[in-house]
Write a protein that binds this ligand. Structure first.
Ligand SMILES: Cc1cc2nc3c(=O)[nH]c(=O)nc-3n(C[C@H](O)[C@H](O)[C@H](O)COP(=O)(O)O)c2cc1C
Length: 310
Protein backbone atom coordinates (compact mmCIF):
# COMPACT_ATOMS: atom_id res chain seq x y z
CA UNK A 1 0.00 0.00 0.00
CA UNK A 2 1.29 3.49 -0.88
CA UNK A 3 1.41 6.56 1.35
CA UNK A 4 -1.56 8.91 1.41
CA UNK A 5 -0.41 11.97 -0.49
CA UNK A 6 -3.10 14.49 -1.41
CA UNK A 7 -6.64 15.59 -2.08
CA UNK A 8 -7.10 16.92 -5.61
CA UNK A 9 -9.98 18.07 -7.79
CA UNK A 10 -12.07 15.48 -9.53
CA UNK A 11 -11.41 15.20 -13.26
CA UNK A 12 -14.96 15.71 -14.35
CA UNK A 13 -17.11 17.16 -11.57
CA UNK A 14 -16.23 20.36 -9.79
CA UNK A 15 -17.81 19.36 -6.47
CA UNK A 16 -16.16 16.03 -5.76
CA UNK A 17 -12.51 15.18 -5.15
CA UNK A 18 -9.87 12.50 -5.53
CA UNK A 19 -7.97 11.11 -2.54
CA UNK A 20 -4.58 9.93 -3.76
CA UNK A 21 -2.11 7.40 -2.30
CA UNK A 22 1.25 7.48 -4.09
CA UNK A 23 2.97 4.17 -4.82
CA UNK A 24 6.59 3.61 -5.79
CA UNK A 25 6.02 4.74 -9.34
CA UNK A 26 3.23 6.63 -11.08
CA UNK A 27 1.33 3.50 -12.05
CA UNK A 28 1.13 2.29 -8.46
CA UNK A 29 -0.99 5.13 -7.19
CA UNK A 30 -4.37 4.36 -5.63
CA UNK A 31 -7.24 6.77 -5.92
CA UNK A 32 -10.60 7.02 -4.20
CA UNK A 33 -13.02 9.29 -6.02
CA UNK A 34 -15.66 11.01 -3.88
CA UNK A 35 -18.73 12.77 -5.20
CA UNK A 36 -20.04 15.98 -3.61
CA UNK A 37 -22.26 14.29 -0.99
CA UNK A 38 -19.57 11.80 0.02
CA UNK A 39 -16.99 14.57 0.38
CA UNK A 40 -19.44 16.70 2.38
CA UNK A 41 -20.23 13.81 4.77
CA UNK A 42 -16.54 13.03 5.25
CA UNK A 43 -15.70 16.70 5.84
CA UNK A 44 -18.49 17.03 8.40
CA UNK A 45 -17.20 14.12 10.48
CA UNK A 46 -13.56 15.17 10.22
CA UNK A 47 -14.30 18.84 11.02
CA UNK A 48 -16.02 17.81 14.26
CA UNK A 49 -13.11 15.52 15.21
CA UNK A 50 -15.77 12.88 15.42
CA UNK A 51 -15.90 9.22 14.32
CA UNK A 52 -18.32 7.67 11.87
CA UNK A 53 -18.92 6.02 8.55
CA UNK A 54 -19.40 7.26 4.98
CA UNK A 55 -20.93 4.87 2.47
CA UNK A 56 -19.96 5.38 -1.16
CA UNK A 57 -22.42 5.36 -4.04
CA UNK A 58 -21.31 1.97 -5.36
CA UNK A 59 -23.30 0.58 -2.38
CA UNK A 60 -20.36 -1.50 -1.23
CA UNK A 61 -17.37 0.70 -0.41
CA UNK A 62 -17.24 2.40 2.98
CA UNK A 63 -14.97 4.84 4.74
CA UNK A 64 -14.62 4.22 8.48
CA UNK A 65 -13.44 7.27 10.38
CA UNK A 66 -11.83 6.23 13.66
CA UNK A 67 -9.97 8.45 16.15
CA UNK A 68 -6.52 7.46 14.94
CA UNK A 69 -7.05 5.94 11.49
CA UNK A 70 -9.40 6.35 8.54
CA UNK A 71 -9.97 3.01 6.81
CA UNK A 72 -11.22 2.60 3.25
CA UNK A 73 -12.93 -0.72 2.46
CA UNK A 74 -13.34 -0.67 -1.27
CA UNK A 75 -15.34 -2.59 -3.83
CA UNK A 76 -12.30 -3.79 -5.76
CA UNK A 77 -11.25 -5.56 -2.51
CA UNK A 78 -8.50 -3.01 -1.93
CA UNK A 79 -7.92 -1.75 1.57
CA UNK A 80 -6.45 1.70 2.08
CA UNK A 81 -5.82 3.71 5.22
CA UNK A 82 -4.56 7.09 6.34
CA UNK A 83 -3.97 8.72 9.70
CA UNK A 84 -7.07 10.67 10.73
CA UNK A 85 -5.03 13.80 11.52
CA UNK A 86 -3.40 13.77 8.07
CA UNK A 87 -6.69 13.31 6.25
CA UNK A 88 -8.44 15.96 8.35
CA UNK A 89 -5.73 18.50 7.54
CA UNK A 90 -5.75 17.67 3.82
CA UNK A 91 -9.54 17.64 3.44
CA UNK A 92 -10.18 20.82 5.44
CA UNK A 93 -7.52 22.69 3.47
CA UNK A 94 -8.95 21.41 0.22
CA UNK A 95 -12.45 22.56 1.19
CA UNK A 96 -11.23 26.11 1.93
CA UNK A 97 -10.78 26.96 -1.75
CA UNK A 98 -13.08 26.53 -4.76
CA UNK A 99 -11.83 23.94 -7.25
CA UNK A 100 -12.43 23.29 -10.91
CA UNK A 101 -12.13 19.94 -12.67
CA UNK A 102 -8.88 19.48 -14.58
CA UNK A 103 -9.73 19.18 -18.29
CA UNK A 104 -7.04 18.04 -20.71
CA UNK A 105 -7.06 18.70 -24.40
CA UNK A 106 -6.71 15.62 -26.54
CA UNK A 107 -5.89 15.38 -30.22
CA UNK A 108 -6.72 11.92 -31.55
CA UNK A 109 -4.27 10.67 -34.16
CA UNK A 110 -4.81 8.54 -37.22
CA UNK A 111 -4.51 4.80 -36.55
CA UNK A 112 -1.87 2.95 -38.55
CA UNK A 113 -1.72 -0.84 -38.17
CA UNK A 114 1.68 -2.26 -37.31
CA UNK A 115 1.35 -4.70 -40.21
CA UNK A 116 2.88 -3.34 -43.38
CA UNK A 117 0.34 -2.88 -46.16
CA UNK A 118 1.67 -2.75 -49.69
CA UNK A 119 0.79 0.45 -51.55
CA UNK A 120 -1.00 -1.21 -54.47
CA UNK A 121 -2.87 -3.39 -52.03
CA UNK A 122 -4.37 -0.50 -50.10
CA UNK A 123 -7.98 -1.48 -50.85
CA UNK A 124 -7.42 -4.85 -49.29
CA UNK A 125 -6.01 -3.45 -46.05
CA UNK A 126 -8.59 -5.21 -43.88
CA UNK A 127 -7.78 -8.67 -45.21
CA UNK A 128 -4.07 -7.98 -44.86
CA UNK A 129 -4.50 -7.30 -41.16
CA UNK A 130 -7.01 -10.09 -40.54
CA UNK A 131 -5.05 -12.77 -42.37
CA UNK A 132 -1.57 -11.77 -41.21
CA UNK A 133 0.15 -14.53 -39.26
CA UNK A 134 0.31 -14.00 -35.52
CA UNK A 135 3.79 -13.18 -34.29
CA UNK A 136 3.52 -15.58 -31.33
CA UNK A 137 1.15 -17.94 -29.56
CA UNK A 138 -1.45 -20.16 -31.09
CA UNK A 139 -4.64 -18.29 -31.66
CA UNK A 140 -7.88 -20.23 -31.75
CA UNK A 141 -9.48 -20.23 -35.13
CA UNK A 142 -12.56 -22.30 -34.34
CA UNK A 143 -15.35 -19.79 -33.81
CA UNK A 144 -17.50 -22.18 -31.79
CA UNK A 145 -14.62 -23.02 -29.47
CA UNK A 146 -13.98 -19.32 -28.96
CA UNK A 147 -17.64 -18.77 -28.15
CA UNK A 148 -17.89 -21.72 -25.79
CA UNK A 149 -14.78 -20.79 -23.81
CA UNK A 150 -15.06 -16.99 -23.64
CA UNK A 151 -15.30 -15.56 -20.14
CA UNK A 152 -15.15 -11.91 -19.13
CA UNK A 153 -12.45 -10.76 -16.77
CA UNK A 154 -12.20 -7.81 -14.42
CA UNK A 155 -8.69 -8.74 -13.26
CA UNK A 156 -6.06 -8.12 -15.89
CA UNK A 157 -2.48 -9.33 -15.66
CA UNK A 158 -0.68 -6.05 -16.26
CA UNK A 159 2.70 -7.80 -16.43
CA UNK A 160 1.71 -9.32 -19.80
CA UNK A 161 1.85 -6.93 -22.72
CA UNK A 162 -0.82 -6.97 -25.42
CA UNK A 163 1.11 -6.52 -28.64
CA UNK A 164 0.23 -4.08 -31.38
CA UNK A 165 -0.51 -6.81 -33.96
CA UNK A 166 -3.15 -8.18 -31.58
CA UNK A 167 -4.79 -4.76 -31.27
CA UNK A 168 -4.67 -4.43 -35.08
CA UNK A 169 -6.65 -7.65 -35.45
CA UNK A 170 -9.15 -6.69 -32.76
CA UNK A 171 -9.80 -3.35 -34.50
CA UNK A 172 -9.95 -4.97 -37.93
CA UNK A 173 -12.51 -7.45 -36.55
CA UNK A 174 -14.71 -4.49 -35.53
CA UNK A 175 -14.56 -3.29 -39.12
CA UNK A 176 -15.90 -6.63 -40.42
CA UNK A 177 -19.17 -6.36 -38.49
CA UNK A 178 -22.33 -5.74 -40.49
CA UNK A 179 -23.68 -2.19 -40.28
CA UNK A 180 -27.00 -0.65 -41.32
CA UNK A 181 -26.84 0.02 -45.07
CA UNK A 182 -23.09 -0.61 -44.78
CA UNK A 183 -22.74 3.02 -43.70
CA UNK A 184 -20.55 2.04 -40.73
CA UNK A 185 -22.34 4.31 -38.28
CA UNK A 186 -19.75 4.01 -35.55
CA UNK A 187 -16.26 5.09 -34.56
CA UNK A 188 -13.74 3.61 -32.16
CA UNK A 189 -11.52 5.57 -29.79
CA UNK A 190 -8.43 3.52 -28.99
CA UNK A 191 -7.31 5.07 -25.71
CA UNK A 192 -3.63 4.68 -24.93
CA UNK A 193 -3.20 7.75 -22.73
CA UNK A 194 -2.95 6.73 -19.04
CA UNK A 195 -4.54 9.91 -17.76
CA UNK A 196 -7.54 9.52 -20.08
CA UNK A 197 -7.91 5.88 -18.99
CA UNK A 198 -8.11 7.01 -15.37
CA UNK A 199 -10.74 9.59 -16.25
CA UNK A 200 -12.74 6.91 -18.03
CA UNK A 201 -12.77 4.91 -14.76
CA UNK A 202 -14.47 7.89 -13.14
CA UNK A 203 -16.95 8.19 -16.01
CA UNK A 204 -17.76 4.47 -15.76
CA UNK A 205 -19.12 4.53 -12.21
CA UNK A 206 -15.59 4.21 -10.79
CA UNK A 207 -15.13 0.67 -12.11
CA UNK A 208 -11.36 0.33 -11.60
CA UNK A 209 -10.81 -2.35 -14.27
CA UNK A 210 -11.66 0.21 -16.97
CA UNK A 211 -8.02 1.22 -16.56
CA UNK A 212 -7.07 -1.87 -18.60
CA UNK A 213 -4.12 -2.65 -20.88
CA UNK A 214 -6.24 -1.98 -23.99
CA UNK A 215 -9.22 0.36 -23.84
CA UNK A 216 -11.58 0.81 -26.79
CA UNK A 217 -14.54 3.17 -26.62
CA UNK A 218 -17.18 2.37 -29.22
CA UNK A 219 -19.21 5.42 -30.25
CA UNK A 220 -22.27 5.86 -32.42
CA UNK A 221 -22.01 8.09 -35.46
CA UNK A 222 -25.52 8.63 -36.69
CA UNK A 223 -24.38 11.25 -39.22
CA UNK A 224 -22.70 8.51 -41.28
CA UNK A 225 -25.96 6.59 -41.74
CA UNK A 226 -27.24 8.27 -44.91
CA UNK A 227 -30.65 6.65 -45.10
CA UNK A 228 -33.99 8.31 -45.52
CA UNK A 229 -35.48 7.27 -42.18
CA UNK A 230 -36.55 9.23 -39.09
CA UNK A 231 -33.70 10.30 -36.77
CA UNK A 232 -34.74 7.85 -34.04
CA UNK A 233 -34.32 4.95 -36.48
CA UNK A 234 -30.89 6.25 -37.54
CA UNK A 235 -29.95 6.58 -33.85
CA UNK A 236 -31.00 2.96 -33.29
CA UNK A 237 -29.00 1.83 -36.31
CA UNK A 238 -25.84 3.55 -35.12
CA UNK A 239 -26.27 2.08 -31.62
CA UNK A 240 -26.61 -1.37 -33.17
CA UNK A 241 -23.62 -0.74 -35.47
CA UNK A 242 -21.42 0.27 -32.53
CA UNK A 243 -22.64 -2.64 -30.39
CA UNK A 244 -22.06 -5.25 -33.08
CA UNK A 245 -18.59 -3.88 -33.80
CA UNK A 246 -17.69 -4.13 -30.11
CA UNK A 247 -19.03 -7.69 -29.97
CA UNK A 248 -16.88 -8.68 -32.95
CA UNK A 249 -13.85 -7.14 -31.25
CA UNK A 250 -14.64 -9.00 -28.03
CA UNK A 251 -14.69 -12.34 -29.84
CA UNK A 252 -11.50 -11.45 -31.72
CA UNK A 253 -9.80 -10.70 -28.40
CA UNK A 254 -10.80 -14.15 -27.10
CA UNK A 255 -9.53 -15.75 -30.30
CA UNK A 256 -6.14 -14.20 -29.56
CA UNK A 257 -6.02 -15.68 -26.05
CA UNK A 258 -6.98 -12.39 -24.41
CA UNK A 259 -9.94 -11.63 -22.19
CA UNK A 260 -12.13 -8.58 -21.88
CA UNK A 261 -14.87 -6.84 -19.98
CA UNK A 262 -17.71 -5.00 -21.67
CA UNK A 263 -18.60 -1.79 -19.87
CA UNK A 264 -22.12 -0.51 -20.41
CA UNK A 265 -22.47 1.38 -17.12
CA UNK A 266 -21.14 4.66 -18.44
CA UNK A 267 -21.95 8.33 -18.13
CA UNK A 268 -22.25 9.28 -21.80
CA UNK A 269 -21.85 13.02 -21.24
CA UNK A 270 -18.72 12.59 -19.14
CA UNK A 271 -17.16 10.32 -21.74
CA UNK A 272 -17.94 12.76 -24.55
CA UNK A 273 -16.27 15.47 -22.49
CA UNK A 274 -13.21 13.31 -21.74
CA UNK A 275 -12.72 12.22 -25.36
CA UNK A 276 -13.50 15.66 -26.76
CA UNK A 277 -16.15 14.26 -29.10
CA UNK A 278 -19.79 14.90 -29.90
CA UNK A 279 -20.34 11.21 -30.65
CA UNK A 280 -22.38 9.23 -28.10
CA UNK A 281 -20.43 6.33 -26.60
CA UNK A 282 -22.24 2.98 -26.52
CA UNK A 283 -19.75 0.80 -24.62
CA UNK A 284 -16.16 0.52 -23.51
CA UNK A 285 -14.32 -2.71 -24.23
CA UNK A 286 -11.44 -3.31 -21.83
CA UNK A 287 -8.98 -5.95 -22.96
CA UNK A 288 -5.89 -7.69 -21.61
CA UNK A 289 -4.52 -11.00 -20.42
CA UNK A 290 -6.62 -12.36 -17.54
CA UNK A 291 -4.92 -13.01 -14.18
CA UNK A 292 -6.73 -16.36 -14.16
CA UNK A 293 -8.35 -18.32 -16.96
CA UNK A 294 -11.79 -19.18 -15.71
CA UNK A 295 -14.52 -21.39 -17.19
CA UNK A 296 -17.43 -19.65 -18.88
CA UNK A 297 -20.50 -18.68 -16.88
CA UNK A 298 -23.62 -20.78 -17.16
CA UNK A 299 -26.59 -19.76 -19.25
CA UNK A 300 -30.24 -20.76 -19.28
CA UNK A 301 -31.18 -23.79 -21.33
CA UNK A 302 -31.86 -23.25 -25.01
CA UNK A 303 -35.38 -24.56 -24.47
CA UNK A 304 -36.00 -21.64 -22.08
CA UNK A 305 -34.42 -19.12 -24.40
CA UNK A 306 -36.01 -19.95 -27.69
CA UNK A 307 -39.67 -19.73 -28.59
CA UNK A 308 -40.50 -21.68 -31.72
CA UNK A 309 -43.20 -20.36 -33.98
CA UNK A 310 -44.26 -22.93 -36.54
C1 LIG B 1 -24.64 -4.51 -22.33
C2 LIG B 1 -23.63 -4.96 -21.31
C3 LIG B 1 -23.27 -4.09 -20.30
C4 LIG B 1 -22.31 -4.48 -19.37
N1 LIG B 1 -21.85 -3.58 -18.45
C5 LIG B 1 -20.93 -3.95 -17.54
C6 LIG B 1 -20.40 -2.99 -16.65
O1 LIG B 1 -20.68 -1.79 -16.69
N2 LIG B 1 -19.50 -3.42 -15.73
C7 LIG B 1 -19.09 -4.74 -15.67
O2 LIG B 1 -18.29 -5.05 -14.79
N3 LIG B 1 -19.56 -5.65 -16.54
C8 LIG B 1 -20.45 -5.29 -17.48
N4 LIG B 1 -20.87 -6.21 -18.41
C9 LIG B 1 -20.31 -7.57 -18.42
C10 LIG B 1 -21.32 -8.61 -17.95
O3 LIG B 1 -21.50 -8.53 -16.56
C11 LIG B 1 -20.81 -10.02 -18.32
O4 LIG B 1 -20.64 -10.09 -19.71
C12 LIG B 1 -21.83 -11.06 -17.86
O5 LIG B 1 -21.81 -11.22 -16.46
C13 LIG B 1 -21.62 -12.43 -18.49
O6 LIG B 1 -20.32 -12.92 -18.22
P1 LIG B 1 -19.40 -13.47 -19.40
O7 LIG B 1 -19.12 -12.30 -20.32
O8 LIG B 1 -18.15 -13.98 -18.73
O9 LIG B 1 -20.15 -14.53 -20.09
C14 LIG B 1 -21.78 -5.81 -19.39
C15 LIG B 1 -22.16 -6.67 -20.43
C16 LIG B 1 -23.04 -6.24 -21.39
C17 LIG B 1 -23.36 -7.16 -22.55
Amino acid sequence: MGEFSKVEPSYISKDGCRLVWEGIDEDDSDVVVLNKDELDSLTEILAKNSTGKVELEDEFSTILINTDLVQFRLKDSKYLEVKTTALTKAVLEYKKLPHNPKPIKIYPKEFLPSIQIEKDNIDDHLNTVLKSKPKKGIPQYDLFRIMSTRRSTRNFDSSKVVEQWQVDKILAAADTAPTAGNFQGFEVFYVKNKEIKRRLVEAANNQPFVNAPVVLVFCMDQSRVKMNFPPEILAKFSLQDATLAAAYSQLAASALGLSSIWIGMIDEEKIKQILGTKLRPSSILCIGYPQKNRPPKSRRKLKDLVRVIE
